[in-house]
Design a protein around this ligand. Structure first.
Ligand code: NAI
Length: 252
């Protein structure tokens, strides 16, 4: 069991959904939390919630799609807390729903920039620090859409398959350094992202629930607990994995 006290957890996309639940879980476990997101109002609310529970955290406004912003995030984290023990590179968007031939160039570029380039940029700036520390864990947020196809989400599915490939590659590159790199692949989790999809499409909730073998949608806290384990010393022999936390979806 990892003692998270005096450890520093960086979470991107921390203002909402899975990122928020994971940031709160790290704080509850005793870690100091760095929350990054484009949504400042919800990010500051998260920090108030963390402090109310007696833990420490800071919010750094960051758009993960831009190299200089991610560089600044890691820089400010080091100036404030001195290190990063676990990074959860989670920020992502669903983009627009349209079949491959109808997907616009704008949607493609935006989804790939945030979901895939954003994860690469985070690792690009986190890795040198973790290599200097001689220790660290990175968990990238992929999706079951990184393991199987989903109709009408071509850019999203491509971005998440990309995250899985990038995770495996980086894990191999740094396997001997003390830095472990894995991906979590959530199933359908009831967050504002999924609420947007459900609201926009009639019958979608019933369809999604029917697709989940356990018969219900997941909770953000169920992803958070997998991320905490992947980042912990209990997962010391685990690297290069894309772990589905999905109520059995990809077992079908
Ligand atoms: P959400 O929409 O509730 O939260 C996403 C957060 O990312 C928001 O706070 C948003 O402001 C932030 N964000 C968006 N673009 C950003 C950018 N450029 N830079 C920094 N922050 C940015 O969504 P949810 O569901 O919590 O998703 C989190 C991650 O989990 C995403 O990568 C998503 O693809 C992935 N995921 C979610 C699933 C679900 O069913 N909810 C299933 C599988 C994967």
């Amino acid at each position: 069991m990892t003692q998270w006290h005096d450890r520093v957890a960086l979470v991107t996309g921390a203002s909402s959904g899975i990122g928020r639940a994971t940031a709160l879980a790290f704080a509850a476990a005793g870690a100091q939390v760095v929350a990054a997101d484009t949504n400042e109002a919800l990010g500051e609310k998260l920090i108030r919630d963390i402090r109310e529970r007696g833990s420490e955290g800071i919010f750094i406004r960051t758009d993960v799609a831009h190299d200089h912003e991610v560089a600044k995030l890691v820089d400010q984290t080091v100036r404030h807390f001195g290190r990063i023990d676990i990074a959860f590179n989670n920020a992502g968007i669903e983009g627009e729903m349209a079949a491959t031939a109808e997907c616009t160039e704008q949607n493609w570029d935006r989804v790939i920039a945030i979901n895939l380039k954003g994860v690469w940029l985070c690792m690009k700036h986190e890795l040198p620090l973790m290599l200097k520390q001689g220790k660290g864990a990175i968990v990238n947020c992929a999706s079951i859409a990184g393991l199987v196809g989903f109709q009408s989400l071509p850019a999203y599915v491509a971005s998440k398959h990309g995250v899985v490939g990038l995770t495996r590659t980086a894990a191999l590159e740094y396997a001997k350094t003390g830095v472990r790199i894995n991906a979590v692949c959530p199933g359908v989790i009831l967050t504002p992202m999924v609420e947007r999809v459900i609201t926009a499409n009639e019958n979608m909730r019933a369809q999604l629930e029917a697709g989940e073998p356990v018969g219900r949608l997941g909770k953000p806290e169920e992803i958070a607990s997998a991320v905490l384990w992947l980042g912990s010393d209990g997962a010391s022999f685990v690297t290069g994995q894309a772990i589905a936390v999905d109520g059995g979806w990809v077992a079908q």
